[in-house]
Ligand binder design. Structure first.
Ligand code: NDP
Length: 400
């Protein structure tokens, strides 16, 4: 079918690349390009011989638009799958515009010096992508990603109108460390130490970080504490789900994680403000990242499951109704298959599927679009085929 250029070669990219290589009919060729090319070469060496997909590698600094343009012109991919960090979204979108190449990512743009999660920067590219006749698919991970596809599916098949969505992200995995993050520590800690917020009656309601705590009994995981966070898909779902009254996002955290985080915050280690240390400017959070376990190293140690999904409340044929769509993913099985634990797996699989939807033309809508704007059905089928089967519950316990 075609060729994908995959930028980044961390935890999420590694899973997406494994999955592209299992799906060689669609991904006949991939080029893995990242800042540290040795990581790309090591993954290529691991996968070659196990797949029909032809793999090439390249070094690229994705902060540099000119370097990206040169790489895209050389490789001539059909799609660019951005699995670097959110800081690189706009430079990669610029390069896609210049070369008229489709774009897919899993996280919204964030300026490196401000923890600000919103789509405005990327939505500002809408008209230019439309004019260029290329598609940008934003947020094709799990959350954002599958949560948006679940919402579009629920709206299409189960409801006339959805009024309430609670997104529940539960990680019941245990890696045995007192404190470690399951994906890039800098991005993860920026997310959880920011103020919380949810959408209600047409506006944002802001909370202090971790102010709202609930408990939920997750299937195949058990009872967990979960906390309300701001999360980027709330912003697009609030626009794209007609009749919506409230959207909240909850993530589970264990007490050990929270105690460590509080302590690190209290001593200033989670700050993104640069400080002078022995004559050199350093960002405390980046230093913290350097001393924490590499998320990739958690793979072989993590046991347990994730359970992520959405509880919907709304109306069908004039009657109130509730509906829960979720996926359960086993850390050890994910590791056995791809060498990464379930948090990377649940993001990397939808990233591959999103790239497949755009590359095969199943999703082709010039402009910049969030995932719930597309027909959810082929994506839902692909989740079942490619390792993230979904389950449904027509009578779920609600979050109070
Ligand atoms: P990692 O830190 O493991 O990997 C990031 C990769 O990007 C590394 O290979 C890194 O290179 C590369 N990179 C960083 N800066 C540059 C640059 N300037 N030029 C080229 N390459 C660069 O991150 P994850 O795999 O955990 O996360 C990847 C993305 O997925 C992030 O945007 C994250 O926010 C998102 N995500 C989305 C989720 C969802 O459900 N939607 C869930 C989890 C993550 P190097 O090896 O040199 O450091």
């Amino acid at each position: 079918m075609g060729k994908a250029l995959i930028i980044g070669c961390g935890g999420v990219a590694s899973v997406a690349i494994h999955k592209c290589c299992q799906n060689s009919e669609v991904f006949e060729e991939i080029c893995i390009a990242s800042r540290t090319v040795s990581k790309c070469d090591a993954l290529k060496a691991k996968l070659e011989g196990t797949t029909k997909t032809k793999i090439t590698t390249a070094q690229v600094d994705a902060d540099q638009v000119e370097e990206l343009i040169a790489l895209i012109e050389k490789e001539k991919p059909d799609v660019v799958l951005n699995l670097a960090l959110p800081y690189q979204d706009l430079t990669i979108m610029d390069a896609c515009l210049a070369t008229k190449t489709h774009y897919i990512d899993t996280a919204n743009y964030e300026p490196e010096d401000t923890a600000k999660f919103e789509y405005s920067w990327q939505w500002a590219y809408r008209e230019r992508f439309e004019k260029a006749g290329i598609t940008a698919l934003l947020g094709s991970g799990f959350d954002p990603g599958v949560t948006g596809v679940f919402s579009a599916y629920a709206l299409k098949h189960e409801f006339d109108e959805i009024n309430y969505i609670d997104i529940l992200d539960c990680n019941g995995g245990d890696h045995g460390y007192p404190f470690a993050t399951n994906f890039n520590p800098e991005i993860n800690i920026r997310e959880v130490s920011a103020k919380g917020s949810y959408w209600e009656d047409g506006h944002w309601v802001e909370t202090e970080p971790m102010e709202i705590k609930k408990e939920y009994n997750f299937k195949e995981v058990g009872q967990k504490d979960m906390y309300l966070l701001h999360h980027e898909e709330i912003e697009s779902l609030a626009l794209n789900i007609p009749g919506i009254k409230r959207i909240r996002f909850f993530m589970t955290f264990g007490q050990s994680y929270l105690t460590h985080l509080k302590c690190l915050e209290n001593v200033g280690m989670t700050s993104i403000e640069p400080i002078l240390f022995e004559g050199k400017e350093i960002v405390p959070l980046q230093f913290l990242k350097a001393v924490l376990p590499d998320p990739a190293s958690l793979g072989p140690r993590t046991k347990g499951k994730t359970n992520i999904g959405c509880i919907f409340r709304g109306k069908k044929d004039g009657k109130e109704k509730t509906y829960y769509l979720y996926n359960i993913c086993d850390h050890e099985e994910a590791y056995k298959e791809t060498g990464s634990q379930a948090v990377a797996y649940t993001t990397g699989v939808p990233a591959m599927i999103g790239a497949m939807m755009v590359m095969t033309g199943k999703w082709n809508k010039p402009g910049v679009h969030n995932i719930e704007e597309f027909d959810p059905d082929p994506f839902m089928d692909a989740l079942n085929t490619w390792g993230l089967p979904w389950q449904e519950d027509h009578n779920p316990v609600l979050v109070d």
